[in-house]
Design a protein around this ligand. Structure first.
Ligand SMILES: Nc1ncnc2c1ncn2[C@@H]1O[C@H](COP(=O)(O)OP(=O)(O)OP(=O)(O)O)[C@@H](O)[C@H]1O
Ligand SMILES: [Mg+2]
Length: 302
């Protein structure tokens, strides 16, 4: 029987929960730390001995660079941490469907959401994904509905600042906070700012390809990512500034075409596991190049 201490359990938590993110690992440890601190909240005294710590974070950067991914991973870690403490945290997730869903009553809905978020009775996380499309700056919108909603969110955020009991975490994501968001809003949501950009090294694109293989449970030894073909591809991603989302899509398309090459190898009456096992085989260099070319061509139409 193995006994896992709370500390080991915490280490395992952070490792597993952020392993799908490739990039600056200090970003993940900062997020994890903020979440850990948040759970130190004392329900009896309505205060957090770990305060102050950054509990309003803004992830920003170009499309496809992992902002929503990082928000999702934080949420997973947040939920898991709550679970390990026997607590049920409150989750408030706002994305682009918010406006359509609550058309005409958005201001009331925002007040409700922030009153849940501010409650001293629970620990909560609010994620506002693509905050610029949801609450555009009052300077650039001509819609009175947007204007009202933006005013309401500013007022609600003011409330958090005045009574921050550090039992909650707000994560917002945005492509261009400075251009499209109200300065006052940016100031209130960005106690900590994380800038995510395209990968800056070839090896990060390679790690992304490895992650795709891993997540699809594909035997890594079938593809030689060190070969000239793949190294050339990773180099290209780097020099042409291809987003992580796009690079992943190309690699997934590559796998799709690679799978096609193997159909003849599948025995007629094979069991599903056997089919799975046969779906990929080691391709020749020529086949690999052919699949990658097709994948790149398909991705240009993305
Ligand atoms: N840093 C990264 N590490 C690992 N995978 C990544 C990373 N960045 C992006 N990806 C992959 O690309 C996908 C798309 O990324 P994500 O949705 O997080 O981009 P985004 O920055 O939110 O883009 P947008 O601005 O368009 O909303 C992710 O689901 C993930 O599979
Ligand atoms: Mg996103």
């Amino acid at each position: 029987m193995s006994i896992i201490t709370a500390e080991q359990k915490d280490k395992k938590l952070s490792k597993d929960y952020f392993s799908d993110f490739i990039g600056d690992s200090s970003v993940c440890s900062d997020l994890k730390r903020a979440i850990d601190y948040c759970y130190m909240y004392d329900f009896e005294f309505k205060q957090n001995p770990a305060s102050p710590f950054p509990n309003r974070m803004l992830f920003y950067g170009p499309p496809g660079t992992g902002k929503s991914l990082l928000a999702r991973l934080s949420l997973k870690y947040f939920l898991k941490k709550g679970d390990s403490k026997g607590l049920s945290p409150d989750i408030i997730y706002i994305d682009s469907s918010f406006k359509d869903k609550y058309y005409g009553e958005s201001e009331r809905k925002i007040r409700d959401m922030f009153s849940r978020f501010n409650s001293t009775e629970s620990i909560s996380m609010m994620i506002i994904d693509e905050i610029d499309t949801l609450f555009p700056s009052r300077g650039i919108t001509s819609s009175s509905a947007d204007f009202g909603v933006c005013g309401e969110i500013l007022k609600s955020l003011e409330g958090i600042l005045n009574e921050n009991t550090y039992n909650n975490i707000l994560i917002s994501t945005s492509n261009m906070p400075r251009e499209f968001l109200d300065d006052a809003l940016v100031e209130r949501i960005s106690q900590k700012v994380v800038y995510l950009d395209y990968f800056e090294s070839k090896s990060q694109y390679q790690s992304l390809a490895e992650l795709v293989l891993n997540n699809n449970k594909i035997d890594k030894s079938l593809f030689n990512l060190e070969s000239d073909i793949f190294q050339g591809f990773f180099n290209n991603c780097l020099s042409s500034g291809i987003s992580q989302r796009r690079a992943k899509a190309v690699f997934e398309a590559f796998l799709f075409y690679a799978k096609d090459h193997d159909l003849s190898k599948i025995p007629d009456k094979a069991a599903p596991e056997e089919i799975r096992k046969h779906l990929y085989r080691k391709l020749s260099q020529k086949e690999e190049q052919e699949c990658l070319d097709k994948a790149l061509k398909a991705s240009s139409e993305l």
